[in-house]
Design a binder for this molecule. Structure first.
Ligand SMILES: Cc1cc2nc3c(=O)[nH]c(=O)nc-3n(C[C@H](O)[C@H](O)[C@H](O)COP(=O)(O)OP(=O)(O)OC[C@H]3O[C@@H](n4cnc5c(N)ncnc54)[C@H](O)[C@@H]3O)c2cc1C
Length: 610
């Protein structure tokens, strides 16, 4: 394809305009009045990212102004839920700033529910506050739009550019417009990657007609990880995938049900079941099972074990709560504001939760750094509280100079959610502005050769299709190319069967992982032959390539950590116990951009909060 090239030179480039990206754009302008700030987003920032459809709760709010929680409390909570392993410096840093971000959302027009008795934000749980959140994303997008010099919607960023004058320094990014096909080159002094987490790397429960429905946003294609990995950034905790107990088939969230409606679960025979698995879990993880609240993975473990024991399905008992008309309304509205499809599934399957207790199931695994797990890039922490090993200059800067991250992109910071991701965007932006200002007049070199090399690679799937299509007269199976959907299904199957997905009850071991890694490497070669019929399929092809890189990282990390740290998220059959003696640490990886070889290492966990 003879695509025209559009050049944009700027100081700060934000890749991905979701929660982290909008926060980054907003804060970049605050500290960098005279800087040029550009956002490149593959969809349209008004309705992009995991918050696209809206949310019913802001899951991370301290409420320090009312003495509800302090940042230290949140660090303890996240550490407990993650079985001891988080980056406490990053978690604390986010928690101490998150309330101010939430107050801005209200100032910008987001409707909050208030407790009529106290006048405070209506709590759903200890950390969650309830909102009328259908308009959440357009509201933060508006703040970003007013802050950035330019927002490029519909640009799928495929690669980061590197400075050729200084090794290991970022120089911008390239991508293509998914509507016009133009090639876009952004030369930037600093890049903030906030391109979201990864769904569709493991085979989903929803297949066939339901394939597009997953719990995490189906368009979260692991770009935040792939872009950083390609550039040689270190990653952390990529094995720490998340599995969620959700309403069956629609993946409807359960938070409001458990916390606000006070619904509870039982097995198919109407019995409480978590206590059945107490001893079994204790034998695996020791005293962690006695922690309060019980870590999410361990509650999953009980659910999975009960179903394996033949007493499934598990039901959410809604019949009692739904007798109260107010709670009934909240139950339905909860979905209508953020997961309409769950309401549609119930309607289509004759499930009225007032009379029938709906089924719960555990999802396929997802990878992300902002929700309840903490996979992502290894980044420098804040100057005032990070230990030396966590600190190399600028807050939220990765191990590649000038490359920052926020939200799902950043590892070690679990339970940030929407508000915490926005806050991380702000923190990354403040540091990125400082970085750009410290550069003063330093210039960087990004040659035409580098740009042309990426341009050729980006459009190759279109070329593969054009040439290979002549070899077949009908159908989709070609001797010369692989369609993105075929590649996606192969990736999902391999991850599912070898790296601990649903069809093996989240079980894997060293042998399976080693074979899985071989198959992923073969796929990497085969994906050079992806064929894209049009620009839409070209986007699918690049999303798939990004998913593959994220998957390789997950498999490498899962092989490296020789223990079962999070039963209920995945199991290492050859190491079925949590092993604090050897593995109370964070795992790090780096893929050599030249050779593609992975190097693994351990990093200490510092408990900076008692
Ligand atoms: C179903 C669901 C329910 C949730 N419920 C809640 C809740 O109740 N409360 C809460 O606080 N949080 C909730 N969250 C979590 C919250 O949505 C995330 O924590 C937050 O959106 C993460 O922010 P982010 O910026 O990292 O990613 P996102 O907000 O997903 O933004 C990523 C952006 O990057 C763009 N992008 C991706 N790849 C590329 C590329 N290659 N080039 C250019 N752009 C790209 C995407 O289009 C997107 O705009 C929920 C998430 C989901 C999926």
């Amino acid at each position: 394809m003879r695509a025209k090239t559009v050049y944009e030179d700027c100081d700060i480039l934000v890749v991905g305009g979701g929660m982290g990206g909008t926060g980054a754009a907003y804060e970049s302008r605050y500290w960098g009045r005279d800087l040029k700030i550009v956002v490149a987003e593959k969809a349209n920032i008004d309705r992009s990212g995991a918050v696209a459809q809206g949310l019913y709760a802001i899951n991370c709010y301290m409420g320090t102004q009312w003495g509800e929680n302090n940042p230290e409390d949140h660090v303890r909570y996240a550490r407990n839920d993650l079985m001891g392993l988080v980056r406490e410096d990053l978690a604390f840093d986010m928690a101490r700033h998150v309330d101010s971000a939430v107050h801005k959302f209200e100032e910008w027009g987001l409707p909050f529910m208030r407790n009529p008795k106290t006048g405070r934000y209506q709590r759903e749980g200890k950390w969650q506050i309830m909102i009328h959140g259908e308009s959440y994303k357009p509201i933060v997008a508006d703040a970003a739009r007013k802050s950035a010099d330019k927002i490029y919607n519909r640009i799928m960023v495929t690669h980061l550019l590197m400075d050729e004058k200084k090794p290991n320094r970022v120089g911008g990014a390239v991508g293509f417009n998914v509507r016009t096909g133009a090639f876009h080159v952004f030369r930037a002094k600093a890049v903030i990657v906030s391109a979201g987490g990864a769904s569709h790397i493991f085979k989903p429960r929803s297949v066939g007609e339901g394939m597009g429905r997953t719990w995490y946003a189906p368009w979260s294609s692991g770009s935040a990880y792939a872009l950083s990995i390609q550039a040689g950034a270190k990653m952390t905790q990529m094995e720490n995938r998340i599995v969620l107990a959700r309403f069956k088939d629609g993946y409807g969230p359960v938070g409001a049900y458990f916390l606000h409606l006070k619904t509870y679960t039982q097995n198919a025979y109407g019995k409480e079941y978590e206590s059945n698995w107490y001893e079994d879990t204790k034998a695996m993880v020791g005293e962690y099972i006695d922690h309060h609240p019980v870590p999410t993975c361990l509650r999953n473990h009980a659910l999975i074990s009960e179903v394996k024991a033949g007493r499934g399905p598990i039901h959410m008992v809604t019949k009692e709560a739904f007798q109260d008309p107010h709670l009934e309304e909240v139950g339905w509205e909860n979905f209508l504001g953020m997961t309409v499809s769950q309401a549609v599934v119930w309607a289509s399957q004759d499930i009225d939760p007032k009379y029938i207790n709906p089924e719960l199931t555990t999802s396929e695994p997802y990878v992300m750094g902002s929700h309840a797990t903490c996979s992502g890039a290894w980044c420098s922490g804040p100057e005032d509280l990070s230990p030396d090993e966590y600190q190399w200059g600028y807050n939220r800067m990765m191990t590649v100079e000038g490359l920052f991250g926020a939200g799902d992109a950043i590892g070690g910071t679990a339970h940030a959610f929407s508000s915490g991701s926005f806050t991380e965007g702000r923190l990354a932006a403040k540091a990125a502005v400082k970085y750009v200002k410290d550069l003063r007049n330093a210039t960087m070199t990004v040659s035409d050769g580098q740009i042309d090399g990426f341009k050729k690679a980006v459009y190759k799937p279109l070329e593969n299709y054009k040439v290979g299509r002549n070899e077949i007269v009908s159908g989709t199976v070609s001797p010369s190319y692989l369609l993105p959907i075929q590649g996606l299904q192969r990736l999902e199957k391999t991850m599912d069967e070898y790296v601990g997905g649903i069809s093996v009850n989240y079980m894997t071991n060293d042998k399976l992982l080693a074979r899985g890694i071989e198959l992923l490497n073969i796929m990497e070669e085969d994906f050079e032959h992806l064929g894209a019929e049009d620009l839409h399929q070209l986007q699918r092809a690049w999303e798939l390539k990004h998913r593959l890189l994220a998957s390789q990282s997950v498999a490498q990390h899962t092989l490296y950590r020789e223990e079962t740290r999070w039963p209920g998220y995945y199991y290492r059959g050859d190491h079925m116990k949590l092993d604090d003696e050897n593995w109370h640490c964070l795992t790090l990886s780096r893929r050599d951009p030249e050779t593609g070889d992975w190097a693994m290492e351990k990093a200490p966990v510092y408990h900076i909060v008692d």
